[in-house]
Design a protein around this ligand. Structure first.
Ligand code: FBP
Length: 263
């Protein structure tokens, strides 16, 4: 068996499922867009990750250096872009795989690819090298694959989300993080298209109610996905640890949404 086949997502899985907490929005959107006085502090979110029983936390390099407490496995996102430039997005590497793994203790490497951007080729190429080095160092590579740019009319259609999942598989991603299509039937096509790459749903802006978000999560699990890699729907919640408890019960214990919250 080729050596790269020995790299797995196992660190982040329990019974084949997973929930990851993402906290790179301060870079992607700016602190005034997503944060309040509490969740602007990375320690607050680090604490939610361990108290909420998350299987991993996603940080950029600088936050990992200053706030990572070692209580849950770390994923370092090694590229980012700000929300300021206009036009088709590009997102360049800002942290080496070596530094992420050996100095920060990353157990996986994260990287965003904007599928459909006129600059997609640059991200495909950069991710290719990152994936190879991650595997050489024995850690998996997780691709956030987001359809974006002037060529993309609808970033959450069944077809484009499945395309994102497939590109992740073909680029060698061990897991793909993709947007939800809105229903389990269409999302299951993305899960099938991802093949042996694990599928994680990206959360998006905070849903109007807990129940709305939990219904999405239930659909994701019904579609056969591995789990979630979400941020705002957890750490913007008034009670993030309770939200994490609901998520765990849906993902790992197959509970219904109705058994947890009522409208
Ligand atoms: P959320 O669950 O808060 O949407 O976070 C997931 C995520 O992928 C973050 O890692 C990232 O910062 C954000 O979404 C980027 O969102 P977008 O590019 O869609 O604005």
């Amino acid at each position: 068996m080729p050596r790269h086949n020995s790299v797995t997502m196992g660190t982040f899985l329990r019974d084949g499922k997973s929930m990851l907490l993402a906290y790179d929005q301060g870079f992607e959107h700016g602190p005034s867009v997503d944060f309040n006085d509490k969740n602007v502090d990375p320690s607050y979110v680090m604490d939610i990750a361990s108290k909420g029983g998350f299987n991993g936390i996603v940080f950029q390099k600088g936050v990992a250096e200053k706030y990572y407490d070692g209580k849950v496995p770390l994923i370092v996102k090694v590229n980012a872009k700000s929300s300021l430039p206009k036009g088709d997005p590009n997102s360049k590497q800002n942290c080496s795989v070596e530094y992420a793994v050996t100095s920060l203790g990353a157990r996986a490497i994260g990287y965003t690819i904007y599928l459909g951007s006129q600059l997609e080729g640059e991200m495909f190429q950069e991710f290719g090298a990152i994936q190879e080095e991650a595997h050489e160092r024995g850690v998996p590579a997780i691709a956030w694959v987001y359809p974006r740019g002037q060529a993309i009319a609808n970033d959450s259609s069944k077809e484009i989300v499945a395309y994102a999942a497939r590109v992740g598989l073909e680029l060698g991603a061990d897991a793909v993080k993709i947007k939800y299509t809105g229903d389990p039937e269409s999302f299951s096509w993305a899960v099938k298209s991802a093949g042996r790459a694990h599928v994680f749903m990206s959360g998006g802006p905070k849903a109007p109610t807990d129940q709305d978000f939990l219904n999405q999560v239930k659909g994701v699990i019904q579609a056969g996905a591995t789990g979630l890699a979400v941020g705002r729907n957890v750490w913007q919640n008034e009670n993030p640890v309770q939200m994490a408890n609901y998520l765990r019960q849906i993902i790992f214990e197959k509970k219904t949404v109705e058994s947890l919250v009522t409208s």
